[in-house]
Ligand binder design. Structure first.
Ligand SMILES: [Zn+2]
Length: 436
């Protein structure tokens, strides 16, 4: 078995034959006003592109971009390689466990694809400023964190200067979850952005307790029942340890009995483990399909050989491999009340009887906000600040007060900030759900 990057010199020239046929000759969808086949290869060699993430998607993306003729690639990833990555993050070997993902991935691809330069950055995306991001032609994201996506999205939107064409940096974003995935292209301020599309990443709804208690319909409901209700009633062990096979097995047996009672099939030990630990399996094939779609967009943007996603309309491709294979491409509309690329305040339904604490807690769960550490201001007044500690202490008494007692009214605008999105102030307009 191959253990290291190998180069087969005989394949070198042949490697580019088919790529050059695609990128140097116009096809039926090519816009001939933009396309210059004879200069494409040379232009692409000079382009600097940035990849964020060197994990499941990132390994695929780095390999694909290198094989698509890009020669100057930077990659950012702050993670180190874990043993459990090796089944799908194919640029890593056993001996690499513990090393930087960005560095090992860069070295592997450089060894394998002659002439490509990959510069690794073993750090957080937040460690760089706009000057750094400005040097790239476009950004490709292969991330599993919504927070990181929102940060880079807000940064790229902020960088746009209408007078300077080069300040528009297209963002190609791939994401996978189990058998599902998506690929989308965002042209900052022009097309719908990640924040406009935030509801596509809504936190998974919890199953209502009554379903678990009375009418389970799925194997997961039986497992949740064992996990939430049976465990509490019977306390077979003092404290549930998700990593203890005896504990998982107890839950599995309980769930199995319940599933038989309701004639539900599909409860297994590994599903029990997955539900209890809230694991979504990472699937190599899904990563491969989504990374390919993203790099296809990169090649189109770089060469103009065909219009990329978003031109003219459809900007979002979703993929589902759950039952056979299904893809659907549609237009996700830009939102006027997007806190990042729009300028209107977004409506926020609230109960006027809530305390400020209840309002603050609600931001984490709302699909349109998903803010974990929000600070709130209204009409120049600070209602609550998470940082610094002195201001937190000063504003803490407000948490117990009702919204109406704080002077908040129907239709009023509030400003919300969160340390995860330093540059953005989210504007919301209060919409009371009850009469005061
Ligand atoms: Zn937006």
């Amino acid at each position: 078995m191959a253990t290291d990057a190998q180069v087969f010199p005989a394949s070198e020239p042949a490697r580019w034959t088919y790529l050059d046929k695609i990128r140097t000759r116009p096809g039926p969808f090519t816009n001939r006003d933009l396309f210059e086949g004879k200069n494409v290869a040379e232009n692409m060699e000079k382009m600097k592109v940035l990849v964020i993430g060197a994990g499941g998607l990132g390994c695929e993306i780095l390999k694909n971009l290198s094989m698509s003729g890009f020669k100057d690639i930077h990659v950012i990833d702050m993670d180190t390689i874990d043993l459990s990555n090796l089944n799908r993050q194919f640029l890593f070997r056993h001996a690499d466990v513990g090393k930087s993902k960005a560095e090992v991935a860069a070295n592997f691809v450089m060894k394998r694809v002659k002439g490509v330069k990959i510069t690794p950055h073993n750090c957080m995306i937040q460690d760089f400023d706009e000057d750094f991001y400005m040097q790239f032609q476009f950004v490709v994201c292969g991330l599993d964190s919504i927070e990181a996506r929102r940060w880079i999205n807000a940064t790229l939107v902020n960088m746009v200067d209408e007078e300077i064409e080069d300040s528009y940096k297209p963002l190609i974003d791939g994401g996978t979850e189990g058998f599902k995935g998506q690929a989308r292209v965002i042209l900052p301020t022009v097309t719908s952005c990640i924040e406009c599309q935030l509801d596509m990443h809504a936190p998974r709804a919890a199953v209502p307790l009554c379903t678990l208690a009375s009418i389970p319909r799925q194997p997961e409901h039986c497992i949740e029942w064992a996990h939430v209700i049976a465990w509490e009633n019977e306390k077979p062990f003092p404290k549930l340890d998700n990593d203890d096979p005896a504990h998982i097995n107890w839950l599995y047996q309980k769930a199995l009995l319940r599933a038989m009672e309701f004639n539900i099939s599909g409860v297994t030990y590994s599903l029990t483990q997955g539900v209890v630990k809230n694991i979504i399996p990472a699937i190599a094939a899904t990563n491969s399909v989504i990374a390919a779609a993203c790099c296809n967009e990169a090649l189109k943007i770089a060469s103009n050989c065909a219009p990329c996603l978003g031109f003219p309309d459809n900007n979002y491709m979703m993929y589902s491999g759950n039952d056979s294979i299904y893809t659907y491409t549609f237009k996700h509309e830009k939102k006027d009340d997007c806190p990042v690329c729009g300028n209107l305040a977004r409506e926020l339904a609230v109960d006027p009887a809530w305390t400020l604490q209840e309002l603050i807690d609600s931001f984490a769960a709302r699909p349109e906000a998903q803010l974990k550490k929000p600070s709130v201001r209204a009409e120049g007044r600070t209602l609550y600040m998470q940082f610094p500690p002195s201001l937190e202490q000063q504003t803490r008494p407000n948490l117990e007060k009702k919204l109406t007692d704080l002077g908040l009214e129907q239709g009023q605008e509030i400003g919300v900030t969160d340390p995860a999105f330093a540059t953005v102030s989210f504007k919301f307009k209060l919409k009371f759900t009850k009469k005061t």
